[in-house]
Ligand binder design. Structure first.
Ligand SMILES: [Mg+2]
Length: 254
């Protein structure tokens, strides 16, 4: 069996979140404020920002609860528009793309690309493999693109980047994996998935027939340990290359 593609989860697989140590609500507020200000700038008679913010957080929490129960992905743009419309924006007056543009997402302080990804991704691409990002984000990929561009991750993935928000389903649901396989014209048997989450990444990928590599990030205590068994585990992405040598001898000589 030949190897044709390696798929990567984004957060805590390619992008290291260990350095973030502040209140998320505080951090997120200016982004919400810009989306709100944009809605107000169109002449919508908006109620006060504080009510909009509370409403947005409630909607986001409910959407993630629903997502965990059903694997239907939440969508940041839709949530922002719904909150704005609930607080004065004329229904239909806001385009999701415009609201997300006003939100102006970018790299998050304290996060950084894992230092080894350049060598590993270059080796995979130089040997003809297709590589992709498959993230369980509620931001559409265009929003996360702005963030991973700052981290220098974006140039390694010019073709294939998938966010659950765009696909409509969260990992581990088979629908998001099937969507990726079809878009990349690959089969599960010729595809390896790498991710830090045992349920979303490892169990999800294995469920559609892919081999799954578990990226272990510092001390993990998952209730799924022992229940979900990855095909391989690593703590540094450079360990992926010898794993691929073992599974797909000759993949580097393409
Ligand atoms: Mg992750």
């Amino acid at each position: 069996m030949t190897l044709k593609a390696v798929l990567f989860d984004l957060d805590d697989t390619l992008l290291d979140w260990a350095g973030r140590n502040y209140d998320w609500a505080e951090y997120e507020r200016p982004f919400l404020r810009r989306a709100y200000d944009y809605a107000a700038s169109l002449g919508n008679p908006m109620r006060e920002f504080e009510a909009f913010e509370i409403d947005f957080r409630n909607r986001a929490r409910d959407a993630w609860d629903h997502g965990r129960a059903t694997f239907v992905a939440p969508h940041l743009g839709r949530l922002l528009v719904e909150s704005a419309e609930a607080h004065g924006a004329l229904p239909g007056s806001l385009a999701i793309e415009e609201v997300l543009g006003a939100y102006q997402w970018t790299a998050v302080p304290g996060t950084k690309a894992f230092p080894e990804i350049g060598d590993v991704l270059t080796e995979l691409r130089d040997n003809g493999l297709k590589i992709a990002i498959v993230t369980n984000a509620f931001q559409p990929m265009t929003v996360r693109d702005a963030e991973i561009a700052v981290h220098g991750i974006l140039p390694y993935f010019p073709e294939y980047r998938f966010s659950a928000a765009d696909v409509g389903y969260l990992k581990p649901h088979a629908a998001i994996f099937q969507h990726v396989l079809e878009a990349m014209e690959i089969t599960p048997a010729e595809t390896v998935f790498v991710g830090d989450n045992l349920v979303a990444d490892v169990s999800g990928a294995q469920g559609v027939g892919m081999k799954a590599v578990h990226r272990i990030v510092s001390p993990e205590h998952s209730m799924m340990e022992g229940l979900i068994v990855p095909d391989a585990s690593l703590r540094d992405l450079r360990e992926l290359l010898p794993i691929l040598d073992q599974w797909y001898p000759g993949w580097r000589s393409r």
